[in-house]
Design a binder for this molecule. Structure first.
Ligand code: ADP
Ligand code: ZN
Ligand code: ZN
Length: 845
């Protein structure tokens, strides 16, 4: 093969196709489909991926540039992954290079770098070699030149910056050396493998020695004593980040340094990110004898595994039904066949127990793709997979690209979680990619959840979806036979009527007080997805909604009006409730910080651990906070969704949800579904151990079906009701959505473009005979809503407008939208206009 087709890493639309390059003789044995190469592009050296090979240039006599370098010994991608990238590019209307890049670790996203080395000057004419003459004269360096050449020779290669710093006054000399070829400038792709360091604290003596020393501290060294005691207590988590110690104990760096001077501890620069599993021992586990429900599900999965064909399962099992055991035993079967397995979890740092269970069963065969690992470490785990040293990969969304050669099984736990959708380009959904990949490998897919997404559940039930129709496997009982906990709904409107304006109802207040008394623990959940954006009446629970779209209106402070983000409908913000006339109508939402303040006021001295995006940015902070709570260092764990996941503590006997409604009223047609999922998840977490659990859900809309059915652990009834709404209003799963967002610095221009976009879309759809409302009784339909200002109307000084496409059938809607976007870009002739396409969007706000 003499020619390689290369997708180059150049971010303009015209480059979204392969370019042909000659493969130099010396590289032919090295280059395969999937190789990463450095190629000249214009005047630059850029990185690219080989996506095809051909024996000869397409047009004879065409002058092709040659590949400059092969960047890896083992190509980072396989032919299968390159093919998958092509599929993604069509499926999600993204650029091919973006799809390829998302498959390789960040460490391999190289940047071109220029460096200077000693040249091998070529004589102009062959006879110069013999005649000596000019050529030799030029080669003889002067004294000043000598110093520069020695410097370069010693270093091998230097950047021009290094050279100019070393020889600031020699620019003319250096230029002349370069011109004569005595020095040469090269470009190369340098991988980003940077290791971040961080000051870390560790014990310099044994924990026992440190413990013993605590008694001997002078009274004036109390602060140091506290620090040492803390470090001893945290001995399983060592080393600790110095800044965590300072922040937790509110001590000065000098105090900690004093301890180091005394020889009790060390303070050293450590790699900021370490493999949290390195050197850790995992309790080995053997397969459990399955319950009847588990056995039934397992047998169905095994029949597909053993036939080595493609099949998708939706494993719908209540919390605690033992889904993980099925995953484990299915993987075992898959490995025994000499095939590999991928396990996807929503957010790996929130699921340490999951990792433990897989490591416990499969040991070193497990590669963990942890987002909080350093680039270098992630690269190591990835190489373990690529080089065939691992059989199981476990990780979040992007682990779906784990470069295994022969995949037998892909598992997606908590398949309903929105984190499986990537919000930046490529805007892929790991579920779709998993199914596509499994198809290419003849592999099985298990989608597991206690609350499956409506898309998956509907597809399984109706078996009508062309893209995938999973087989439904149901498990209704908990594996250990214990009951799901009782759930109490508290009507917050009643509280207000009785004069209680606090965010805590009297029952929840009393329940927390009881737990403090009994030294049991409480988990309080606050829904992050709810800020002061929607308007609700605190007297009757009325929420302002769009008459057309059945979603709540968003409050816009500037204009003091309410707007629908789907269709653009607007009305002035009411000052009294249109339903009951109450004046207690206002925008709603409450943050974790406010709840924390309120707790401190209501229960002086209460110990609260707050877990939200603000307190968990540090690596390992989830695990640490949860460990502190497990060790009973706090009475209350207060947090957003993330507390619902790590929740498995024997002493937690109360779970309170502050306002169940805060997610219910977001301008998102999935609001009810998200609320139901979250409440079911929290409710299912309580009472997993000896002590019986109690769940309290506070709500201003206690009659809402999502809240009622969640309190009854009744998925089927919820789905039946929710599907009715979705069908009537034409939302997924009864149609599919494409969100097109345009942005530009100038509003009038943007509005014009957004309007053009809609008419181009309509025009093209009309030509194909697709265009029309989804009410029509045709199987193919394509409807465009908008344009309207985006929910976040301006980001970084760029205005944003959007339109929403609803479509169904077997039509190539994505292709048409892409075509329309390209046509608009061409006619707009304005490089600052950005058009983003989100296929099957999950976040609509
Ligand atoms: P899920 O993932 O469905 O919420 P888990 O897999 O966490 O459920 O299982 C809940 C509990 O039941 C775990 O403690 C697990 O060890 C236990 N378990 C699961 N299957 C069995 C089984 N066949 N026999 C005994 N215990 C089981
Ligand atoms: Zn009202
Ligand atoms: Zn509307």
């Amino acid at each position: 093969m003499r020619v390689a087709k290369v997708i180059v890493d150049v971010p303009v639309r015209d480059t979204d196709r392969p370019f042909d390059y000659l493969i130099p003789e010396s590289m032919r044995a090295w280059i395969e489909v999937g190789s990463r190469v450095g190629v000249p592009f214009g005047h630059r050296a850029v990185q690219g991926f080989v996506v095809g090979l051909e024996p000869e240039p397409a047009a004879a006599g065409m002058k092709l540039k040659a590949i400059q370098e092969v960047l890896d010994v083992i190509p980072p991608l396989s032919e299968e992954l390159v093919e998958l990238a092509g599929w993604m590019s069509r499926r999600y209307a993204c650029r091919m290079i973006t799809a390829l890049q998302v498959m390789v670790p960040t460490a391999l996203k190289g940047k071109a770098e220029r460096f200077i080395s000693l040249g091998t000057p070529q004589p102009k004419e062959p006879e110069d070699l013999y005649s000596g003459g000019l050529f030799e004269l030029e080669l003889e360096p002067s004294g000043g030149e000598r110093a520069i050449l020695d410097f370069v020779e010693k270093k091998g290669e230097v950047t021009s910056k290094q050279l100019s710093r070393q020889f600031p006054d020699s620019a003319p000399v250096i230029k002349s050396l370069l011109r004569r070829g005595v020095l040469q400038e090269n470009q190369s792709i340098k991988d980003k493998l940077q290791i971040k360091t961080l000051k870390a604290v560790d014990l310099a003596v044994t924990p026992d020695e440190a413990e013993a020393a605590l008694a001997s501290f002078a009274p004036k060294a109390q602060r140091q004593r506290e620090v040492l005691q803390f470090i001893v207590e945290m001995k399983e988590m060592l080393p600790l980040a110095l800044k965590d110690v300072l922040a937790t104990l509110q001590v000065s760096a000098a105090t900690v340094k004093g301890l180091a001077d005394k020889g009790y501890i060390t303070i050293e620069d450590k790699e900021a990110f370490r493999d949290p599993y390195r050197g850790r021992w995992f309790k080995p586990s053997d397969p459990l004898p399955l319950t009847a429900e588990q056995q039934n599900a397992y047998d169905r999965i095994v029949s597909v595994l053993d036939a080595q064909r493609h099949g998708v399962f939706l494993l719908h099992g209540v919390t605690g039904s033992g889904k993980t055991e099925i995953y484990l035993q299915s993987i075992q079967r898959c490995i025994a066949q000499g095939r590999q397995a991928i396990v996807l979890v929503p957010e790996i740092s929130l699921t340490p127990q999951m990792v433990e269970r897989f490591k416990g069963r499969f040991g070193d065969q497990v590669a963990v793709m942890h987002s909080r690992l350093s680039g270098g470490e992630r690269y190591d785990e990835w190489r373990k997979i690529r080089e065939g040293r691992a059989a199981v990969a476990i990780g979040a969304r992007s682990a779906v690209f784990a470069p295994f050669a022969k995949i037998g099984l892909i598992i997606m736990d908590e398949e309903h979680e929105t984190s499986y959708k990537q919000e930046e380009s490529p805007k892929y959904h790991a579920r779709d990619v998993a199914v596509q990949r499994a198809m290419q490998h003849g592999a099985a897919v298990i989608l597991g959840s206690a609350t499956p997404s409506l898309e998956s559940y509907h597809a399984a039930r109706s078996q009508a979806n062309d893209e995938f129709a999973p087989m439904l496997l149901e498990m209704k009982a908990r594996a250990l036979g214990n009951e799901l906990p009782g759930v109490q709904i508290i009507d917050m409107r009643e509280e207000l009527k009785e004069g209680n304006r606090s965010m805590f109802s009297r029952s929840l207040h009393q329940a927390v007080a009881d737990r403090l008394e009994r030294k049991e623990q409480t988990v309080l959940l606050l829904n992050r997805r709810g800020y002061s954006t929607f308007v609700m009446c605190r007297s009757c629970g009325y929420v302002a909604g769009c008459p057309e779209c059945d979603i709540s209106l968003t409050y816009h402070q500037k204009s003091n009006n309410l707007r629908c983000h789907y269709c653009g409908y607007a009305e002035p913000a009411p000052s009294v409730c249109p339903e009951c006339g109450s004046e207690h109508i206002r925008y709603f939402g409450t943050g974790t910080q406010r709840v924390e303040e309120e707790l401190a006021k209501l229960f002086p001295g209460i110990r609260v651990i707050r877990m939200d995006v603000d307190t968990t940015t540090e690596k390992g902070s989830h695990e640490k906070l949860l460990k502190q709570f497990r060790d009973k260092k706090a009475d209350v764990l207060l947090g957003t969704q993330m507390v619902a996941k790590g929740l498995d503590f024997p002493d937690v006997t109360l779970v309170g949800v502050i306002t169940a409604d805060s997610a219910l009223n977001l301008p998102d047609f999935r609001a009810a579904e998200k609320t139901f999922q979250l409440l079911t998840q929290v409710a299912g977490r309580a009472g997993r151990h000896q002590l019986p659990g109690e769940v309290m859900i506070q709500s201003y809309t206690p009659d809402h079906y999502s809240i009622i059915h969640a309190s009854g652990h009744d998925y089927d009834s919820f789905v039946r009701e929710e599907l009715k709404h979705r069908r009537n209003l034409h939302y997924p799963p009864y149609c599919r959505l494409i969100l097109v967002t345009l942005s530009h610095e100038q509003l009038p221009f943007l509005v014009r473009m957004a309007e053009n976009m809609v008419s181009v879309l309509q025009g093209k759809a009309r030509q194909k005979g697709w265009y029309g409302s989804l009410d029509r009784l045709t199987s193919d339909a394509f409807d465009v809503l908008g344009p309207v200002a985006s929910p976040v109307p301006r980001i970084k000084n760029r205005y944003r407008f959007q339109c929403m496409i609803k479509w169904r059938g077997t039509i190539d809607a994505v292709g048409l939208v892409r075509e329309a976007a390209e046509q608009l870009e061409d006619t707009a002739q304005n490089p600052k206009l950005q058009i983003s396409i989100d296929v099957d969007p999950q976040m609509l706000m």
